[in-house]
Design a protein around this ligand. Sequence first.
Ligand code: ATP
Length: 340
Amino acid sequence: MAADLSPAIPGTAGNAAPIAAPILVADIGGTNARFGLIDGRIVRDTRVLRCADYASIEDAATAYLAAVGLAAVGTPGRPRRGAFAVAGPVTGDHIAMTNLVWQFSVNRVRDALGLDGLVVINDFTAVALSVPRLADEDRRQIGEGAPQAGAVVGVLGPGSGLGVSGLVPGANNRWTALSGEGGHVTMAPISDRESAVLGQLRKSFEHVSAERVLSGPGLVNLYSALTILDGREPAALTPAQVADNALAGSEPHCVEAVEMFCAMLGTVAGNLALTLGARGGVYIAGGIVPKLGTLFTHSRFRKRFMEKGRMRDFLAPIPTYVITHDLPAFLGLAEAAGAE
Ligand SMILES: Nc1ncnc2c1ncn2[C@@H]1O[C@H](COP(=O)(O)OP(=O)(O)OP(=O)(O)O)[C@@H](O)[C@H]1O
């Protein structure tokens, strides 16, 4: 078992004095497991562990608790409850993660960690549940509009895939996060150039979903299709290289790919707002958009969000935001676990 844990994640509280019974939270992706402790809105003692260094989720969680001085059951300030977000479907006690060998029983992990309760939810559900807990500095508004209080919220996030969710308000300030598969809706074009790109992608994919263009691999798909349409051979670029070339303005097809990515994200975000009636706003999560910086702010995203013919007046008042919080899933886990 690896003993070497990374330092605290920037932007979260450091080793603050423990407060009685915080909630143990974990965001477990295909590569990294991020752990932390939550007291209300405060996220503290965050660490990133490499999943591959641990045989099981209990081992990783135990190593984290040891690293923050809370290994022994009964230690003051040791968590009594846990809430974990996992990249994969959550349909019962047995959890099998999509891109990781870890499989576990929620009840057994709860008992092994000496917790009274453990909630496990899908990672994008956790991101969606974070929205009511975001402070103004945790989000950046793109364009005009203002949220209607108590109204439905839309959330979508391009990352390794495209997560899509909605938040429906309920009694006592509680929210229900929708668990759909909205990243797999069919991508629709709005120009001849976009039609040509989607036509090119149809040669490789039986169904060109939104995720085929609005994700890390999707950014590469856009770059490759645009390059081929112009009679050139695409280079073998990673999503980060496509974005970096676009930010540097050094490769025209990378620039066009990122511009098309932002515009198509506007179309899909507008579709989500129409479908849900998301007058509470539409939030963009995921690791990619924050890395695009001002390219995204100045892109056609907002114009395309509103560009729905007769529905323009319905969409124009709806605000759109980029989530800038480093660990929104942790805030959502606090919501799921019922933290104040
Ligand atoms: N600078 C960048 N610009 C654009 N895309 C990037 C950049 N850096 C990484 N990516 C791509 O972002 C995707 C990962 O997104 P994200 O960070 O949201 O991870 P994730 O979907 O939460 O998955 P996991 O937590 O399992 O890593 C990958 O496809 C990656 O290639």
